[in-house]
Design a protein around this ligand. Structure first.
Ligand code: IVH
Length: 749
């Protein structure tokens, strides 16, 4: 099979498995097998750039940031939809349909209205041509690169497909993903998104599609735009086409041809809608027959063949009984509203996050107030506003330091105030417990350190972590390295509830579990790569993908601690902040007189130049947006902090020096640092290696070497994995030295 054929085969295989996994939720192969196919394709594509295709499954991770979005004109305008708010208005609509079509009964469909961001996808001959936002309805932004990252959106269609298919639908962020994103942002002291729709819109507006790929978006189709193919008679035929093409369509669906059944469907949907993965505040009623839709036509604003019934917003008043404070893993103190229980969107709500002190003060929320609550994005209970007319005379304003008497509610350490001005909106004031030994934080830090995605330590869950902290055996993850089997085995755990319903006596952890845990700690330094360690440390904003990115750019922890790249990223943010402050558009800081205006203007120019130069200096590294200014600052301040210094000192004492397994910065860095042990050497790579060939290629190049495709007398080394027979033979006949991966690594050490 030629490389071109194999590439095509792999692309359609991967797209099929992607669909089975994400759309049909019926995977046929394991994640590991999927990854294997994926890597094979990546590898082939790297060797055959001439066979590039922007719709290859490997492109879902995003690409080079854009300077701005191109505008595209929609083949047919993207209309809005008329809203109705009562059963009478639904009856009027249905009556109008019957009158205009001149028949007694008109079949209609009823489906959820997705509260997302509208998108139009244009497929030509089964391949995604482009995708756009609604914009003003006539032209929209070309957001193809961002849309490609959405796993439920097919890049190539499954089967014999129409020549042209424009699908319209909604992009949304599933409820759980939205909740997690906001939690992370809150932990990092960033402003949270008001609802999943805003989070989706904000994500799709990003010019860097790699940042979009990291946000879990989904797509569901609900309508047909322009079309060239076998004529579609009705909604049913359209939906069958979507299914054969592998495009997810909007469910559940009701079909009705009588007013009573339409109203019944609307009521049934109201009961089900809180279980849907997206937020929905309405039901869309559409004429089923396509010729009837054409006959009914549209106004300049909306079609006459559809309406959206809007459910009344679920907001209820209740009393704010108290405000309590939660301590997060990073030490952030989150105020929580303790409410008089109230039924809302399908559940009973008695607590709601108040996010941070700014949120409370902006809304002037006081204890004792009657507040209006709703569920943000139908999921997260939130206080909307105070009903000031109902404010009792003794309502008390909330101040974090007063409420906590200046002390962390868990460990009584003094609390500190931070103001984050890096968010685009207003500055956000948060309060923190900065004591790394705070029990609440200590337990969370141990659990985080031990979890599967971090160091994967055996048997260190929350219950054991609590006891380790309570007994003083381990307060910081570093203490784990000094645990002794005997003491650990004697750790007393909480009594358990037995199957008979009785409560057991307190139990010892026992020798077996103690041995397992200690062995997995001892083995971690040799089995876990740098990225897991850096993630395990638990620095705010440094999640899994940021950790992978750090270990792509740095080989060891000390390199991260003294990273120039991170310093430059912080420097750029500082310069940007100064530029914003001095900007003539900044109404909060107008220049006092003409002279100041002049000095500011010239400083602005200097700043612009320095920002441009700094960007240019690091552009080569293609640093992912996971490592932004906030993350970089958090990293550097960790390594400079007392706690961070102790970490590094302990690592040194124990002889721990985790190495990266994906270190592959761009070539320039090596050249600039003068560390080029392979200068003048030419390599050929063959056989099956434990890491991607592209990894070794970059590694060799950044150490000053060259990689070529075929062996000659000028080749210095053949880097050979398993197999690779013919090149090995040629190497030995030409007297070229054959080396293994390990030998290459030791040449570089
Ligand atoms: S059908 C041309 N069905 O809501 C109008 N639209 O507020 C026909 N929307 O523009 C649209 N869920 O972007 C339809 N199930 C659904 C929908 C839906 C969400 C969006 C759509 C529309 C907007 C109007």
């Amino acid at each position: 099979m030629s490389p071109a054929e194999r590439i095509n085969e792999l692309r359609s295989l991967l797209e099929r498995h992607n669909r089975l996994y994400y759309v049909e939720a019926q995977p046929e192969i394991s994640d590991a097998d999927y990854d294997k196919l994926f890597r094979e394709l990546e590898d082939l594509e790297a060797r055959h750039p001439e066979l590039d295709d922007p719709n290859s499954p490997t492109r879902r991770v995003g690409g080079t940031p854009l300077a701005g979005f191109e505008q595209v004109r929609h083949p047919a305008p993207m209309l809005s939809i008329d809203d109705v708010f009562s059963e009478e208005e639904v009856a009027d609509f249905y009556q109008r349909l019957r009158k205009n079509l001149g028949t007694g009964s008109v079949p209609v469909t009823i489906e959820p209205k997705i509260d997302g961001v509208a998108a139009s996808l244009v497929y030509r001959n089964g391949s995604l041509d482009y995708g756009a936002t609604r914009g003003d309805g006539v032209t929209g932004d070309d957001i193809t690169a961002n849309l490609r990252t959405i796993p439920t959106l097919p890049l190539t269609l499954a089967q014999a497909t129409p020549a042209l298919l424009e699908v319209r639908g909604e992009v949304f962020m599933p409820g759980e993903a939205f909740a997690r994103l906001n939690e992370e942002r809150e932990e990092a002291g960033l402003a949270t998104f008001a609802n999943p729709r805003n989070a989706t819109a904000g994500t799709l507006k990003q010019l860097d599609s790699r940042a979009v790929a990291r946000r879990p978006l989904a797509f569901i189709a609900h309508g047909l735009g322009s079309f060239e193919g076998v004529e579609l008679p009705d909604e049913h035929a359209f939906r069958s086409l979507l299914v054969t093409c592998g495009i997810p369509c909007n469910e559940p669906l009701w079909i009705a041809d009588e007013l009573d059944d339409i109203l019944a469907a609307i009521h049934e949907l109201d009961k089900k809608r809180h279980q849907l993965p997206y937020a929905t505040d309405g039901a869309v009623i559409k004429v089923a027959s396509f010729p009837d839709r054409v006959a009914l036509g549209a106004t300049s604003r909306a079609p006459r063949w559809a309406v959206a019934f809007k459910y009344p917003p679920e907001q209820k008043p209740t009393r704010l009984l108290d405000v309590t404070v939660q301590v997060g893993r990073s030490g952030i103190l989150t105020p929580v509203a303790e409410l008089e229980p109230v039924g809302l969107s399908g559940t009973t709500v008695s607590r709601a996050t108040l996010h941070n002190e700014s949120f409370i003060h902006e809304r002037d929320i006081r204890i004792g107030d009657t507040v209006l609550v709703h569920k943000s994005g139908e999921i997260i209970p939130e206080v909307l506003k105070v009903i000031t007319g109902k404010r009792p005379a003794d309502a008390t304003p909330f101040s974090m330091p007063e409420h906590l008497e200046g002390k962390c509610p868990t460990c009584a350490a003094p609390i500190t105030r931070r103001e984050n001005t890096e968010t685009k909106e207003r500055p956000v004031v948060t309060w923190w417990c900065e004591n790394p030994l705070c029990p609440k934080q200590a337990v969370a830090a141990l659990v985080h350190f031990a979890q599967r995605k971090a160091l994967d330590l055996e048997g260190l869950g929350e219950s054991v972590a609590i006891k380790l902290v309570e007994s003083g055996l381990a307060i910081s993850p570093l203490d784990l390295f000094f645990l002794e089997v005997e003491k650990l085995a004697n750790l007393l755990l909480d009594p358990a509830r037995l199957q008979t319903g009785e409560i057991s006596k307190p139990r010892r952890l026992g020798e077996k579990k103690a041995h397992l845990l200690i062995d997995s700690i001892r083995n971690a330094p040799t089995t876990q790569p740098l990225s897991r360690w850096i993630f395990a440390i638990g620095i705010p904003q440094i999640g899994e993908s940021a950790s992978r990115e750090l270990s792509r750019l740095h080989e060891t922890l000390p390199e991260i601690a003294s990273s120039n790249l991170l310093r430059i990223i912080c420097r750029i943010a500082d310069l940007e902040a100064e530029r914003k402050l001095l900007s003539p558009q900044n109404k909060d800081n107008p220049p006092a007189d003409q002279q100041e205006k002049e000095t500011r203007r010239s400083r602005q120019e200097e700043l612009k130049t320095e920002i441009r130069e700094s960007h240019a200096g690091i552009a080569e590294f293609e640093i992912s947006p996971d490592i932004g200014a906030v993350a970089s600052r958090n990293l550097l301040s960790f390594f400079e902090s007392e706690h961070g210094r102790r970490f590094m000192e302990c690592f040194r004492q124990l002889g721990l020096n985790p190495h990266s397994d994906n270190f592959a910065p761009r070539p320039v860095e090596a050249a600039a640092s003068g560390d080029v042990p392979l200068a003048g050497k030419t390599f050929v790579i063959t056989g099956t290696l434990s890491l991607a060939r592209s990894y070794y290629k970059t590694l060799i190049e950044q150490k000053g070497g060259k990689v070529t495709g075929s062996i000659s007398r000028n080749t210095s080394y053949l880097l050979a994995g398993e197999g690779g027979g013919s090149k090995r033979d040629k190497a030995s006949s030409l007297g070229v030295t054959v080396i293994s991966e390990d030998e290459l690594q030791s040449m570089l050490a």
